[in-house]
Design a protein around this ligand. Structure first.
Ligand code: DX5
Ligand code: ZN
Length: 218
């Protein structure tokens, strides 16, 4: 499956957000990752529709929106109108996941479902055929700059096996603590959409993205 980098703007300097994003796009990052946090589902608060709306004007990257919010069905339409291309919701945050997935479909966007590190991978079997992307969190959601949870590698492999068994191979996105030093084992385990915040935006974003692209061989 195509390897895709999705830089998380959570780690960017918001005083230079447009310039930083343009560097990631010029260097080959096809997606841009928006970590939306509500202070309820996760302990932190990040940003919402207005930021997405303004950034959408400056880049043609795929807007990869990660809703770390309680009962995300309430905001699916708002994020779709603000410019989301992919809307990813948390399995643990939805009263009715099937209904939430249907709502994202109804607004014509791609559907992602994310599971936290403590949620068994086996839960994906019930909705695998309904979604376009599975996001396996490789840190506890809520903050950038955390360390990669090593058990995540087994979880990625387990997800690929479940997809194999169900003859339904879809994108597996991973998010949290991914750097040049651990990206190869993450790819080897079966992930193909890579979220990187600190690894891209702490330092020279253009060079950092190019380094990932080189490893991707894209
Ligand atoms: C956690 C966030 C982070 C962020 C990326 O809720 O979702 O994982 O995107 O963080 P780093 O800086 O580790 O790439
Ligand atoms: Zn994220």
């Amino acid at each position: 499956m195509k390897k895709i980098l999705s830089p998380s703007i959570l780690a960017a300097d918001f005083g230079y957000l447009k310039e930083e994003i343009e560097k990631t796009s010029a260097a080959g990052a096809a997606y841009l990752h928006f970590d939306v946090m509500d202070g309820l589902f996760v302990p932190s608060i990040s940003f919402g529709m207005p930021v997405l709306q303004s950034i959408k004007k400056y880049t043609d990257q795929v807007m990869d929106v990660h809703l770390m919010i309680q009962e995300p069905i309430r905001y699916v339409e708002d994020f779709a109108s603000a410019g989301a291309d992919i809307i990813t919701v948390h399995y643990e945050a939805c009263e009715n996941l099937k209904e939430t997935i249907a709502k994202i479909r109804a607004v014509g966007k791609k559907v992602g479902v994310s599971i936290k590190p403590g949620t068994p991978v086996t839960v994906i079997e019930e909705f695998l055929t309904d979604i376009d992307m599975l996001l396996i969190m490789t840190v506890e959601p809520g903050f950038g700059g955390q360390s990669f949870i090593p058990e995540s590698l087994e979880r990625i492999k387990e997800a690929r096996e479940i997809m194999e068994k169900n003859a339904r191979q879809i994108d597996i996105e991973v998010d949290g603590g991914i750097y040049l030093h651990n990206i190869e084992e993450v790819l080897a385990a079966g992930a193909n959409v890579i979220v990187a915040g600190s690894a891209v935006f702490k330092g020279d974003a253009m060079k950092n993205v190019k380094d990932f692209m080189e490893i991707f061989g894209e």
